[in-house]
Design a protein around this ligand. Structure first.
Ligand SMILES: *[C@@H]1O[C@H](CO)[C@@H](O)[C@H](O)[C@H]1NC(C)=O
Ligand SMILES: *[C@@H]1O[C@H](CO)[C@@H](O)[C@H](O)[C@H]1NC(C)=O
Length: 785
């Protein structure tokens, strides 16, 4: 059907009929309603502003027609079928969204921002939908911008017309940049943090000098879904996970809450996530598969204005199989709650890869809330795949430590140690946990009453492990708060100071006897991120300087948001104006720079002060500008103790003496927990022609838990781009025959070939608490955050 540009006929009737036929994805609107209704992505986040198609600020050129319906924003819509007809709109802010209809009759539009062509948008849709987000850009610098949308007159082969329409524009005002004085907070007295590490020159606070190589910070790309959780999965992609909320990136006509972010092109691909992944944890397993575990129930009154059709995530295991190709085709999250889920509900659990390549799932709460307490606490540990330890038969194992550390003990800090045991810190306490024998060795309490886990969140790292001192582990805890965790939220102020302490302890007998060594950061930080660089240096970024992490639970909501770094030498150009508070993340990339994203102290997407942040920043250490060594060829796998050869191109000055090889786990980052973050120096020898580096794999899964890693060669303090390598034999983590024993009858009953499936199935049968089953029939209104 063709609509000549001279006729002012329009489309109202044409759209109405198809809406009823369209099977709405499983949403129910409004909350609680059982009648399926088409979900409409149109959403004005608090603080954002909507401009209807009839607004006097919106200017049209060419032939446009009005349509009226109560299902349009502001009851009206403007359409054109004419090539070159355009609409333009000038606004002040950092983001713009264009909403309108999509259906078979829609053609292709060209979008210009500030006079530059930015996108070609095909508005064709096989089913008719209204109030769709057709274009969005949240990455604009704060200021005045003009969006212009032009009807190209083109359409794809399936389309039956060249309709272009506008229902509304939504403007994200964003924050005006605040420039912090460069010398703000720079301490007069110099705090030197001596590094006892074999290699790192980490954390040295020194006086800036002229000609110091500069760090730079630049903003590029937007995450599409808010970046609450971040993990590098391949040379080209990062996984981003959020909770169920009104993100601009959509999938199947509803907001996405998981995405793959292309580190090279900054493109985002939405993922299918079925269950609410709010405050889940994650890890890679020994065979390279990633799992994301736990979450939140379906929330209807706080997070979502409408029911998004998600399912309870408290016992979820979301699986991402290895996905290394740059096109990420076919990569998606797999969930099957009927067959694969954990034994007990967990919100704010920590997930850690241990020495046999399995995941240890630690603590959390049985339901969403805020501060943990005796009622909500899940003081247990379980494994994926399940294990039979101390008669647990695959079920959760009691942890006295997690009982003793209430209330501020969510997202426990955990690191796998080079003897295979696990360091755990929660609240003011720490222990070494021998998971094989289920025994706890309590460590001295963290000094000065500092609490380090949610909501008094600090950050932690296992410092680099080196063969030079036989992989002696040293742990570092930074930031947090000493606010009383038994006080009700209304007595805790967002102006209560965070902690500026970093406590370090060497985890051998001498080190434990010597106790925690306390050092001062130049600034107090709550919810900071500590990122290990291939050089052994540590960057501490993000967080606030007062308050505690979380939502609007405390009074005086004006948090101080300041981003400064411990070692500021050469960082004058690297001050950000984007506050990164609760739910912000940072990770090292394969390239060697630091990706910084997120910040969302809100129940749902919001654009008020400290709104939901989608912009990504890239912190580039000075070495990014230097001549860098190159790994030109490397095997895909490296077993323990195995010697492999790397083909390298080194700067002329390189010699055996100034080359280091760093094997790194870039971790799974959320809530300041950098689970699995690790740097192990490898023994290496350089050939005479300097083109081959023979590298020996770590001695065992204790030193580096089997699983994916990244090898960087560092020549004179300048690292190469990292190459991905699977460490260990690449096999799937062991399935525990003990956990299987009780369930042999299921083998007879069901002809499942895979033993694992049987264990998982039995686990489900045996689960005493099963939130998912409970919520499957009735969407319960939890509402708590
Ligand atoms: C424990 O926390 C939950 C969730 O935040 C809350 O509903 C409950 O009232 C708390 N119980 C106690 C005893 O404080
Ligand atoms: C890795 O192991 C897990 C758990 O056994 C399994 O679900 C996954 O499919 C395995 N991945 C590969 C690539 O074999």
């Amino acid at each position: 059907m063709i609509f000549p540009c001279s006729r002012s006929l329009f489309l109202l009737g044409l759209f109405a009929g198809s809406l009823a036929r369209e099977s709405a994805w499983n949403g129910h609107t409004p909350a609680g309603s059982r009648t399926p209704t088409a979900f409409t992505p149109y959403y004005v986040a608090p603080g954002a502003k909507s401009y209807d198609s009839s607004s006097p600020f919106v200017h049209y050129s060419g032939k446009w027609t009005d349509s009226y319906s109560s299902s349009y924003v502001g009851n009206s819509l403007k359409s054109t079928t004419c090539a070159k007809a355009s609409v333009s709109f000038t606004f002040t802010g950092t983001g713009i969204e264009w909403f309108g209809n999509t259906d078979k009759r829609h053609g292709i539009a060209h979008v210009f921002v500030d006079g530059h062509f930015v996108d070609k948008v095909d508005v064709y849709g096989s089913v008719a939908r209204k109030q769709q987000r057709i274009f969005w850009n949240f990455g604009l610098p704060y200021g005045k911008h003009t969006i212009k949308i032009v009807n190209s007159g083109d359409r794809n082969r399936r389309a039956t017309g060249t309709v272009l329409d506008l229902d509304a524009f939504v403007v994200t005002k964003g924050s005006e940049p605040t420039v912090y004085p460069l010398d703000h907070g720079r301490p007069k007295s110099v705090n030197t943090i001596p590094s006892s590490r074999p290699m790192g020159q980490n954390l040295v606070e020194s006086v800036p000098t002229q000609n110091v190589p500069q760090w730079t910070l630049s903003q590029q790309g937007t995450t599409g879904v808010h970046a609450m959780q971040l993990a590098i999965i391949s040379p080209s992609h990062a996984l981003i996970m959020d909770k169920v909320e009104h993100n601009p990136l959509t999938i199947d006509g509803h907001p996405a809450w998981g995405a793959l972010y292309n580190l090279n092109t900054h493109a985002v691909k939405p993922l299918h996530v079925q269950s609410n992944s709010f405050c889940a944890g994650g890890t890679f397993l020994g065979n390279g598969t990633m799992i994301n575990v736990g979450g939140n129930p379906v929330v209807q009154d706080n997070t979502a204005a409408a029911d998004f059709g998600d399912v309870d995530g408290l016992q979820a295991v979301r699986i991402l199989e290895p996905c290394d190709a740059e096109d990420v085709d076919g990569c998606d999250i797999y969930e099957n709650h009927d067959r694969i889920r954990i034994a007990s509900p967990r919100w704010y659990n920590t997930v850690l890869r241990i020495s046999d390549g399995s995941a240890m799932i630690i603590g959390g709460a049985k339901k969403g809330g805020w501060m943990n307490n005796d009622t909500t606490n899940n003081p247990t540990i379980e494994y994926f795949p399940p294990k039979n330890i101390a008669g647990s038969n695959g079920m959760a194992i009691d942890s006295p430590f997690l009982k003793d550390t209430l209330n501020s003990n969510l997202f426990p800090i955990a690191f796998s140690l080079p003897d295979g045991k696990v360091f755990v810190a929660a609240n003011r306490d720490a222990m070494i946990y021998d998971w094989q024998s289920n025994t706890e060795r309590r460590l001295p309490q963290i000094p000065n009453g500092v609490r380090v886990t949610y909501p008094m969140t600090g950050t932690a790292l296992l410092l680099p492990l080196s063969p030079d001192n036989n992989y002696t582990p040293e742990i570092m805890l930074c930031g947090g708060s000493s606010v009383d965790d038994t006080k009700p939220s209304w007595e805790i102020s967002s102006q209560d100071a965070a902690s500026s302490h970093c406590s370090r302890m060497v985890l051998n007998d001498d080190g434990i006897n010597a106790g925690w060594q306390v050092e001062q950061m130049p600034e107090a930080r709550i919810m900071p991120d500590a990122v290990l660089l291939p050089t052994g240096d540590i960057v501490v970024i993000n967080g606030g300087s007062t308050g505690i992490s979380g939502y609007g639970n405390v009074r005086d909501q004006s948090r101080t948001a300041r981003r400064q770094r411990w070692s500021r030498t050469g960082m004058d150009n690297a001050q950000s104006s984007i506050p990164r508070l609760y739910h912000s993340v940072a990770t090292l990339t394969p390239n060697g720079d630091v990706m910084i994203a997120g910040s969302n102290p809100n129940l749902d997407r919001s654009e008020v002060k400290y709104g939901t942040e989608y912009r990504v920043e890239w912190l580039k250490p000075p070495y990014m500008g230097a001549e860098r060594p190159v790994i030109s060829n490397a095997p895909a796998k490296m077993d323990f103790g195995e010697s492999i050869q790397l083909q390298v191109k080194l700067p002329a000055s390189a010699s055996q003496g100034n080359i280091k090889v760093s094997l790194m786990d870039l971790g799974y980052v959320t809530h300041a927990v950098h689970a699995n973050s690790r740097l192990v120096y490898l023994v290496a020898s350089l050939s005479d022609d300097k083109q081959t580096l023979t590298v020996t794999g770590p001695p065992s899964g204790n030193v580096y838990p089997p699983g994916p890693g990244w090898i960087y060669i560092v020549a004179d303090g300048v690292p190469s781009v990292g190459v991905k390598i699977l460490v260990g034999n690449g096999q799937s983590p062991p399935v525990d025959d003990g956990a299987l024993e009780k369930w042999v009858r299921f083998l007879l009953e069901y002809y499942w070939a895979q033993r694992l499936m049987v264990v998982l199935y039995s686990l489900l049968k045996n689960s005493d608490v099963d939130q998912y089953e409970e919520s499957k029939g009735k969407k319960e209104d939890d509402g708590s955050e």
